[in-house]
Design a protein. Structure first.
Length: 365
């Protein structure tokens, strides 16, 4: 067994009324109910007062990461119950509600002033997976190699077909929502960390983004921890799906890191084809077609998942994660994507509020 890279996750959650209604701008009350454990803030604010975030420790063992996710989710759920609300892990708000007020703090209020209610009035919720890197140079180069595989991860994580009471027609409407931002989508190819830093500094200097953290590329070096951060995925209803996605991301990053260290150039992919593949993943999710960037041809979405699994199986086997990840992936294949399961509730006569209530009931699973 090889020495595994560390992996950690950040998850963003909506606060909703206990009956599965619209979002509740209750983050101040929820955060006040979270127990204080030294310098570590277990549940954190986000830009919106209707959203909170958890961030795990970095872990070498994927099962321990799962334990950490479940524990932090229980902390958030208990605090929310104390504040008279519930927690929902969904990419967008299923039930229509009012705009969210911005959270306290100069950065959050500055974001709200700059981008307005159009962007942050209904903030979506994502899953960000961090994988430890030797340094930022490796993180930039690994990000180059990740690019053609990220639409598949996006399709696997689709969990936002219903937004503000309407079926959007997309498996991941959250992905389309982010297109409002000026720096978003697949990261450019970079020759190295110097070019990456230079472009980021120029973007900040233009005033289009307020700071370096606002380059919302789908994969990038983190600005606050020594990791590569993959941020293309909707937040997942259950801890098990979060563990599945984290395991796939870590194995993919490890595979790309080996390619970088061998001097293998990053895959040559048309920029427009890459954008098209992400649009198709957001639209179709797992139940439809995909753009297979390893061949440049259309393919069923599950075919691209199988290609990804084949590509990263040596890394999964090397860390001992192959049985766990394969089992969780088989469950997703059998029961359908979370986007499809949301739509299943509607087909059975349910409402968007029923979708929210059901997803909320799975929060600690």
């Amino acid at each position: 067994m090889v020495e595994p890279l560390t992996v950690g996750v950040e998850e963003e959650f909506f606060l909703i009324s206990p009956d599965g209604g619209s979002v509740e701008p209750s983050s101040r009350e929820v955060l006040a109910a979270v127990p204080v454990t030294g310098p570590v803030q277990l549940v954190k604010p986000e830009c919106s007062t209707a959203v909170v975030e958890i961030a795990t420790d970095p872990h070498s063992d994927l099962s321990l990461l799962g334990d950490n996710v479940r524990w932090l989710r229980s902390v958030a759920a208990t605090a929310a119950e104390s504040a008279g609300c519930a927690v929902l892990a969904c990419g967008t708000e299923p039930v229509a509600g009012p705009y969210h007020p911005p959270s306290d703090g100069s950065r959050f209020r500055g974001i709200h002033r700059k981008y307005g209610d159009l962007v942050f009035g209904h903030m979506p919720c994502g899953l960000h997976v961090h994988v430890g890197m030797p340094d930022r140079e490796h993180a930039v180069r690994v990000s180059n190699h990740l690019r053609p595989w990220l639409p598949t991860l996006q399709a696997l994580a689709g969990n936002s077909p219903i937004s503000l009471g309407e079926d959007t027609g997309f498996a991941s409407w959250r992905s389309m929502w982010w297109a409002y931002m000026p720096v978003w989508g697949p990261a450019p190819l970079f020759s190295g960390v110097d070019e990456y830093n230079a472009l980021l500094d120029r973007l900040v200097a233009t005033g289009v983004i307020l700071d370096r953290k606002m380059a919302y590329w789908f994969a990038r070096p983190s600005e606050h921890v020594p990791t590569v951060e993959v941020r293309v995925m909707d937040v997942s209803p259950t801890s098990d799906t979060t563990v599945l996605l984290a395991g796939l991301v870590r194995a993919l990053v490890a595979t790309c890191l080996r390619e970088v260290e061998r001097g293998t150039p990053p895959p040559s992919v048309s920029e427009q084809l890459l954008v098209a593949a992400h649009w198709q993943a957001a639209r179709e999710g797992l139940e439809g077609g995909a753009v297979d960037l390893t061949t440049g041809r259309p393919a069923p979405a599950w075919t691209t998942v199988d290609r990804l699994l084949t590509h990263i199986t040596p890394a999964l086997a090397g860390t001992g994660d192959l049985p766990l990840v394969s089992g969780l992936l088989a469950d997703l294949r059998t029961n359908g994507s979370w986007a499809e399961r949301q739509r299943g509730t509607i087909r059975q006569g349910g409402t968007p509020a029923d979708v929210a209530a059901h997803l909320s009931s799975l929060f600690l699973k």
